[in-house]
Design a protein around this ligand. Structure first.
Ligand code: KIV
Length: 266
């Protein structure tokens, strides 16, 4: 399989091939996502929640993104690796955005960066693209604005929100973004955006009308048996299976059944 580039991803819109995106945060899972044929491995700032245990993505730093990006890049051969710009690494100034993105490209294993926002980040997107840094946009429910929304709330239900999402996606595409994540919005809004922009849209909680889909790996693997938002389909129940394996190991150690003589050196 050939290496996937931003050109390959853009091309998929024309050929109507769905773009498959998975998150990963370390080498072991990145390798598996790559072997399974993901087009894009996203080192999401969701690592702040699913790996670090925070209640939002806000505490994540550029250095932490670079650390996880490097691990993921080592596990990937074919997929495209995109790394998130975390909260306040690009919002204060264009220069901040250029430096943060440059760091992720130079030392964070990134082949492109993702940032949240619409019209307000379009100038930064254009500058990044001019500097040779491909950009994936992200509109709709943008988790770095969780406190602005008052929770992780679906966006695009009001006319004002719908227009802002559409204008934001158009501005990102115009600025040179090669793909745009559409998060947590009604399916008809996602369809409207997908038809309006010339680059692939990647949905999460945005219905089947997008050009591709992304899920957080912990969600699709069922790592947390309690967390089941409507937009997630669980393809495994690894949380339960891992807990069972850990429990079986603990019981064997306590009963003196592990290790056996076969599992010991003479
Ligand atoms: O950080 C992340 O994992 C993301 C996806 C949810 C799209 O941005």
């Amino acid at each position: 399989m050939a290496k996937i580039t931003t050109a390959t991803i853009r091309q998929k819109k024309a050929t109507r091939e769905k773009v498959v995106v998975l998150t990963a945060y370390d080498v072991a899972f990145a390798r598996l996502a790559d072997k399974a044929g993901a087009d894009i491995v996203l080192v999401g700032d969701t690592l702040g929640m699913v790996v670090q245990g925070n209640t939002s993505t806000l505490p994540v730093t550029v250095e932490e993104m670079a650390y996880h990006g490097r691990m993921v890049a080592r596990g990937v051969q074919n997929a495209h690796v995109v790394v998130d710009l975390p909260f306040m690494s690009y919002q204060a100034s264009i220069e901040d955005g250029l430096r943060s993105a440059g760091h992720l490209m130079k030392q964070g294993g990134a082949e492109s960066v993702k940032l949240e926002g619409g019209e307000e980040v379009a100038e930064l997107v254009a500058r990044l693209v001019r500097a040779g840094i491909p950009v994936m946009g992200h509109v709709g429910m943008t988790p770095q604005s969780v406190h602005q929304y008052g929770g992780f709330k679906t966006q695009g239900r009001t006319e004002d929100q719908r227009q802002r999402i559409l204008a934001g996606a158009e501005a990102l595409a115009q600025a040179g973004a090669y793909a745009i994540v559409l998060e947590a919005m009604p399916s008809p809004v996602a369809v409207e955006v997908t038809q309006a922009v010339p680059v692939p849209t990647i949905g999460i909680g945005a219905g089947p009308g997008c050009d591709g889909q992304v899920l957080v790996m912990h969600d699709l693997l069922g790592m947390d048996p309690v967390w089941q938002p409507r937009f997630v389909r669980r393809y495994a129940e690894l949380g339960k299976e891992i807990e069972r394996a850990f429990g079986a190991y603990a019981a064997d150690v306590r009963a003196g059944r592990f290790p056996s003589s076969n599992e010991s050196y003479d």
